[in-house]
Write a protein that binds this ligand. Sequence first.
Ligand code: NDP
Ligand SMILES: CCCCCC/C=C/C(=O)O
Length: 497
Amino acid sequence: MSELLTRDEYAAIAKGLDFPRSPFIDGRFHTAGGGEFETVNPATGETICKIGACSGEDVDLAVARAREAFEEGRWSKLHPAERKDVLIRLCKLITRNARELAVMESLDSGKPIRDCVTIDIPETIHTIKWHAEAADKIYDQTAPAGEDAVAMIVREPIGVVAAVLPWNFPSLMLAWKIGPALAAGNSVIVKPAEQTSLTALRIAELAMEAGIPRGVLQVLTGDGPGVGEPLGMHMDIDMVSFTGSTETGRRFLRYAADSNLKKVVLECGGKNPAIVLADAENLDLVAGHVVNAAFWNMGENCSANSRLIVQAGIKDALMERIQARLRDWKTGDPLDPQNHLGALIDADHCRKVASYLDGIEALAGGALAGAYLEPTLVETDRDHRLAREEVFGPILSVITVASADEALEIANDTQYGLAASIFTANGRKALSAARAIRAGTVTVNCYGEGDITTPFGGYKQSGFGGRDNGLHAHDQYTETKTIWIDLSDPAAQDDVG
Ligand SMILES: NC(=O)C1=CN([C@@H]2O[C@H](COP(=O)(O)OP(=O)(O)OC[C@H]3O[C@@H](n4cnc5c(N)ncnc54)[C@H](OP(=O)(O)O)[C@@H]3O)[C@@H](O)[C@H]2O)C=CC1
Ligand SMILES: CCCCCC/C=C/C(=O)O
């Protein structure tokens, strides 16, 4: 926390920011053809600035420039070590501008500055750097083809990749996509969520300064129907990597089917359980994980544990500790580093989240003001919509169970399968539960998404087609080619055919 400044110091940085206002196409800010939209600070409701919205022609232009860059090999044919050097230069530039980027992110999204400074921007840098470093350390393979042939299995960049992003981790999700996609040699077109375009635009500008050739990293601003759909339907885009709602993810599968069968990778929603069994140790620590898992980033997190499934024997002791923890989790001005929760993405979304509480008495929290909603605890049965739907806000649904088997059955009774946590002192129970839970990430006696080295993505309707993070992400941005070379003596061969 020592790196944090005061609220007034952050406000002074905010005053001095120069906001990017246009899409970034072919290495420069470009006058958009689709009018303008306002980007609003959810914490105050004030307009930060107007940003140009891309037209269909702008999308076509960006795709043409991306294709040209790819075919000319400006980036795709560089030695991997050269791509590494440029991406590391980009990381240095992001680091140099980290404070401004953190404040920009907080203003644009309502995220607490403490998280932007200590998590979002450092993790953005770490992610790009990790993939950059991997670029010249990944080997291709040869197959066991015998003495008379060499069979090489080589990776090649896919081509033009569109990265369609959500608003909940604007720069980090950008890094999760562009890190591996650029390291692998692709041209990337980013479509940030309309609410949160600012840091993506600034990072694209820094990428140009770092030496990423024009056309290789572009950012198209605008909304889903105006920009996301034309990207999804485009005949010259080779892949879409998407993070967002399951409903919109489904659309990208349809776009691909109705256009060129582009590769689609989806990272979608979750309704993730935290299971606390009666033998869990150190309930203070468990309560800390449960609170963090549910309320970090205002619960606007696909991997939030929004269901607490707790065994009856320890429920009261745990709830007492959770309530005590919550008293320290202050909600308010995102630029004040004392606050753990800032504003939700906008007042409409906040009202929608709060409407889940209609007719329910909360055990704690529940106060609503503008785009702010206090962290809220509610007791529900397993079939309540709060316990089944992805709320994407700071509401934790508490479900009491009699046994570990019942807990696991409820945990899996969902259309989603992104993440889960289990707390127990019994190693055998922990491991068998981790295997039984149908989710992409299961944490034992802790909460988290893993780290850059571990793949992240979902089972069932939480994901499709691949994983973010780790070398698994690198794989998803490459095609696999077989090159078979015959080594046998032509003179000794029978005729063919
Ligand atoms: N898994 C996750 O991390 C996330 C899940 N969600 C869930 O989704 C809910 C709705 O949030 P929302 O922002 O609308 O999420 P969406 O899934 O709609 O948005 C994600 C991205 O897809 C774009 N998009 C939206 N509609 C279309 C479309 N028809 N064609 C192509 N692209 C499109 C969005 O653009 P634009 O927003 O500019 O219109 C945005 O860039 C949330 O309440 C939450 O439950 C939301 C964000 C992240
Ligand atoms: C520091 C790791 C943050 C991971 C956030 C993962 C969330 C993804 C999403 O909501 O899409």
